[in-house]
Design a protein around this ligand. Structure first.
Ligand code: GDP
Length: 424
């Protein structure tokens, strides 16, 4: 017997309302025990919620969603109750006292949705991204993933591989029958568009880039205005600003969104050669590490002395009449805010080139590994040996199955029989 699970599905109390979800075979029995007769499916009704001794816990909206047409595929119910801590605790405690019910594990509702075929693994992964999304681009990309953008693409590739497999199976098993075509001479060419599409998907910016944000490292000698610019770009007082050289001894990083794109701003210790104490020297070494792993470096030091490809930034422009940096540089005053919007716009332009687009269906490391595996096997499908071809395509399909979290080979036979009219 499958357990029935329950959990607070809305944010942590206190809040205006709280949503408690229940899923499993005993969900409706629990609702009847605590809230009286069941209402029509998906119809919101106001009910008094009581514990097993009849003590009133709250007045709440109650909804039921009979499986399989529910989020998890099981019978589901929701209590929309008052969002006070004590109300929520009392309702959760009362649910825990109903036989056959237990508190859900993290992610268990989604896991059940996946187990019941409501979503595939790629969609479940996007759902995780959607819940974690903090910027507009992260939300849009994750939303597209939950909606099945990547899954649809992989399913299409899988279907194409099935067709190719079916042709080989037919050539292997039924080549003596008159009404079955032999394997086309240009079979290898048939695989090519598929290989190209997968290679393109692998070459696009990865999902992790979007999740982690574009790393912008502020670098330069002590006192060049790094912490001031860091704070000005963040718009709060996150880093320590001081006229004493060497104040930022370690690395400070903060996440921030510009134009809906995710960034991590990194303030580093001032770079200088010699004269640094032991602790400052560690900070300088870490600053160099940060520069090496940066997507964008803003160089606030002397012109041309920064890392390759760094953006030259001239700071404290309110203090100087003529520019000290001769090449076109981003000229800012962190105190007055001059030039900050322009610098921010430049960061957004550069980041947009490094991040996936909303319709890119970016893949994560797990998915990329499986797609690489599929690509590797598709290359083997050009072998002259039919059995090697068949095995290579089977492995490519397995990689797609793993990506989507599904298994099974029955549909391969369906395709084969459907295409070649075996039953006639
Ligand atoms: P860091 O050591 O590179 O992080 O430099 P800080 O941000 O601590 O700045 C060093 C000094 O320069 C501080 O006294 C800041 O107030 C000052 N400063 C930084 N940016 C500006 C600016 O845009 N205009 C002016 N007038 N002073 C600035």
């Amino acid at each position: 017997m499958i357990d029935t699970i329950f959990a607070l599905s809305s944010g942590s109390p206190p809040a205006g309302i709280a949503i408690v979800r229940i899923s499993g075979p005993s969900a409706f029995r629990a609702v009847e025990q605590m809230a009286g007769p069941l209402a029509a499916p998906r119809r919101a009704v106001l009910r008094t919620i009581r514990d097993h001794e009849g003590v009133v816990l709250d007045e709440a909206i109650v909804l039921i969603f009979p499986g399989p047409a529910s989020a998890t595929g099981e019978d589901c119910a929701e209590f929309h109750c008052h969002g006070g801590r004590a109300v929520v605790s009392a309702i959760l405690a009362a649910l825990g006292a109903v036989s056959g019910l237990r508190a859900a594990e993290p992610g268990e509702f989604t896991r059940r949705a996946f187990g019941n075929g409501k979503i595939d693994l790629a969609q479940a992964e996007s759902l995780g991204d959607l819940l974690a999304a903090e910027t507009e681009l992260q939300r849009r990309v994750a939303q597209a993933g939950v909606g099945g953008l990547l899954s649809g693409m992989v399913e299409r590739w899988r279907a194409e591989v099935l067709m190719l497999s079916a042709m080989i199976e037919a050539a292997l098993d039924f080549s003596d029958e008159d009404d079955v075509d032999a394997l086309p001479r240009d079979f290898a060419k048939l695989c090519q568009p598929l290989e190209e599409e997968i290679a393109h998907a692998l070459a696009r910016p990865r999902a992790e880039r979007l999740r982690d944000g574009i790393r912008v490292v502020l670098a330069g000698p002590p006192n060049s205005g790094k912490s001031s610019l860091f704070n000005a770009l963040l718009g709060d007082g996150a880093a320590i600003v001081s006229p004493i050289a060497g104040t930022t001894r370690d690395v400070i990083e903060r996440s921030v969104a510009f134009a809906g794109l995710p960034f991590v701003l990194v303030d580093t210790a001032g770079l200088r050669e010699g004269g640094a104490g032991e602790i400052e020297a560690i900070g300088i070494a870490r600053a160099h590490d940060q520069i090496d792993s940066a997507d964008i470096v803003l160089w606030l030091g002397a012109e041309g002395r920064g890392p390759d490809c760094a953006l030259e930034v001239e700071t404290k422009i309110d203090q100087f009449e003529s520019p000290r940096k001769l090449r076109p540089a981003w000229r800012v005053s962190s105190i007055h805010g001059t030039g900050l919007k322009e610098l921010e716009a430049e960061l957004v332009t550069r980041a947009a080139l490094l991040l996936p687009k909303p319709n890119d269906a970016p893949v994560n490391a797990r998915q990329a590994e499986l797609l690489s595996d599929a690509l590797f096997n598709l290359a083997d499908a050009t072998s002259s040996d039919l059995l090697i071809k068949a095995e290579a395509l089977r492995r490519a399909r397995l990689a797609f199955d793993r990506l989507l979290g599904s298994t099974g080979t029955e549909d391969m036979l369906d395709t084969l029989f459907g295409r070649f009219c075996i039953g006639k």
